[in-house]
Design a protein around this ligand. Structure first.
Ligand code: DC
Length: 221
């Protein structure tokens, strides 16, 4: 059983809503640990491709997910000792993560690992089911969202700023199909639970969103 006394702030929401940046900054301000649960599904998709396992092979993917040796160190992601930080952030692995995540054997295989991140003095976990499945007793749950067009525009600007080519309508279509898959699947779909606070960042910047979460946490205490 996981430790129910150590505080957890869960931040769930759709792709490209800014969850990762906001969760990391909140964790840093509070001195809490940080769990990027989406990275785990990305790693499963990446490892599957390497091992020639298709993203629809539920049971084989579940077995694979149990055996992965994953390390998060200083903002870097390692799989079996190999640094794969950028490789798992590709658009291909964004889609792969969303595809492998629909399978219950994959989700079950990652359950214990995710809960093991709950350590003193606290944890900020971001994903799709942090508040609804993994840390149901979290004292503060946030549902972070923004209009899909706003999210697509932010992702587009991010890519352009990195000097990469980007196609706005392609990004928008990808986000829409991931939103659909993540919220319509039967296993742990993305939902706003009744006890989660809604944080819509369509008209808020990152600093304002971070302040909202910190303020809500202070009030809770
Ligand atoms: O947060 P992200 O974009 O890195 O997540 C990638 C995919 O992983 C997302 O489309 C769905 C899946 N995911 C999930 O099913 N449950 C989580 N807690 C986190 C991510």
């Amino acid at each position: 059983m996981h430790n129910t006394l150590t505080p957890v702030i869960t931040i769930d929401g759709p792709s490209a809503s800014g969850k990762g940046t906001i969760a990391e900054r909140v964790a840093e301000k509070l001195g809490f640990h940080y769990l990027d649960s989406g990275a785990l599904y990305r790693i499963v998709a990446f490892a599957a491709k390497r091992n020639n396992i298709a993203w629809n092979q539920a049971d084989t993917l579940g077995e694979l997910a149990k055996k992965l040796h994953i390390q998060f160190t200083k903002g870097e992601i390692y799989l079996d000792g190999e640094r794969i930080t950028e490789a798992v952030r590709s658009e291909e692995m964004s889609r792969g993560a969303s595809e492998v995540a629909i399978h219950p054997p994959v989700r079950d295989a990652l359950l214990g690992l995710q809960r093991s991140f709950r350590q003193e003095p606290g944890l900020v976990g971001d994903g799709r089911d942090m508040g609804s499945v993994i840390f149901t007793d979290a004292p503060l749950k946030i549902f972070l969202t923004a209009d899909v067009e706003t999210r697509a525009e932010r992702r587009y600007k991010q890519l352009i700023n990195k000097g990469l080519t980007a196609d706005y309508s392609q990004i928008l279509a990808d986000l829409q199909s991931r939103d659909y898959r993540d919220s319509q699947r039967s296993a742990a779909p993305l939902i706003q639970t009744a006890d989660a606070l809604l944080l819509d960042t369509t008209h808020r910047n990152i600093e304002q969103a971070v302040a909202f979460v910190l303020n809500a946490y202070q009030k809770h205490q």
